[in-house]
Every structure is written in C-alpha cells, then in structure tokens.
Write a protein of this length. Sequence first.
Length: 310
Amino acid sequence: MRTLAGAPLVEREVAETPWAGAWLALTKPRIALLVALAALVGAMLAAGPGASLAPSLEAALWIACVAAAASVFNQVLERDTDRLMERTASRPLVTGRLRLRDAILFGALLAGVGTGALALRFNALAALLALATLAAYALVYTPLKRVSTLNTVVGALPGAMPPLLGFVALAGTPSGWAWFLFAVLFAWQFPHFMAIAWLHRADYARAGLRMLPCLPGSRGLAGRQALYHSLVLLPVSLWPAARGQAGAVYALCALALGLAYVACSAGFALRETPARARALLFCSLVYLPALFAAVLLDPAVHAALTNTHP
C-alpha cells in the first residue's frame, strides 16, 4: 500500500481543499483505487469464471479501506517531513485543516472496518494478512525512509500484497495466480518508484529521507535500478504463459508491455532527464491496468480457471 502498493503514485496536492476533500486527501484516493483494482483482479481469479462479481467487489472495497488506513497513518507519522517537501506541503495535517487526533481515529476506524469485514465476511487469514500489510507499511517502511535506502525494498513487500489479499479473501489460501501477481507488483514498483524519487529528489533531500536518487554519488543509480527491475519483470510476467495458465492473448500483451517498460527504463538509464523520468512513470501507470486486462480477457486463462473451478 505504498501501493499498499510499495511505490507511491504521484500526488497532486491542492492547497484549498474543502473540508470533505481534506478527509479524502488523507486516504490518498489514487493509491486506494489502484489497490482496489489489484485486489479485485486477485479476487476474480480466485472466484473463477462465471462467479458472481459481488463478493470480489466487496473484498476489494474492504482491502481498499485498509490501504486508506495505511495512507492515513503514513501522513500522521510523516507530517514533519511532509512540511519540508513541496509536493506534500499542502496535505491536511501539515496545513492544520484536520487535527492529529481526528486523523488517528479516522485511520483506526478504516483499519478496524476493513480488517473486521474481511474476517467476518470472508476469512481470518485475509484479515490477518491485511493487518500485517498495514503494519509493515506504517510501522516498518514509513520510519525506515528516514534511516536506510532499503526502505524501497521493504516497502515493495506490502506494496505487492493487494492482489494476494483479494485472492485469499475468496479462496481462503494463496496459490498460483496470487503468487504470480504478487511477484509482478513487487518487480513493477522499482522502475515506477525510481522515476518518482528521481523527479522529487530535491524534495526528499530537503526532508532528510534516504532515497537512492538523492544520495551523494547516486548519479545514474535510479536509472540502472529501474532497468534491472524491468528486465526481471519481463520473464516474471510471462511465467503464466510458460506454465500453461495463460494463452497467446496474455503472452503477447505481457511481452509488448514488458518490452515497452524495458525500453523506457533503458532510456532513463542512459540519460536521467525529467522527460525520460516522466515517460517511465507514464509507462508504469499504463502497464498494470493493461496487464490486468490481459489476464481477465484471455480465453486460455478462463479455460484454465474453469478446470480448477468445476
């Protein structure tokens, strides 16, 4: 849920946000939406073809609530550093539009509702994994940003959890597609985040956060990291086709998307410029929804799932 999602999506904070909008901003709705989409895909794959969409949508909603809670607690813990960064200086807790106590209670409410509903409506494992994901994001990744560049790797673990959480909510246990989607999201986050971190490296340095692109002697490091992980993502994304769990539709889409991600990462690695960083960021934001669509639209995926859901 850094995208509980590991790497955070680019935020555009608005200084004059109305009161209701301030509460919404506290949840980082763009990240919550991406979490809900990833969780929905995992849940639909667990439910199988022909199953009612309602349970999958419900599971995605409760998982998004937990992701929103993680974002609230993140802003509670980072309100001092947020004040120092241009991109976050207008967040509700920084500007005083919302009180700290109210934000903490709001985050606790979201966490309680999300995990409680997962336990009562689905299963205890999904609730426990969601709670562990929230704790890893808020209590491990968030404070680690101040002390070690390993925060990116650590944060990528909870960031990769949404589809696995959705799968477990419907299936009761992780398997197959749950682990595959977890692996895809884990690798996907690094180029995505390196583009963001490079674009905002001055902000991160001003706030004293330990991000790779703002460290001394880090020139070229963000681009290389982006390229390495995009190269890892390419074969990982083709794994279901190689195992016979997906067909040509998925394989061709995954190959095209993976090659585009590698190309944008390579361009950024060759020359770190704002234009190339933004191109990589745009590619990353297209990649996930397009890959999810390929999974859900591939007839071979449906056929394989039908065999496991007679």
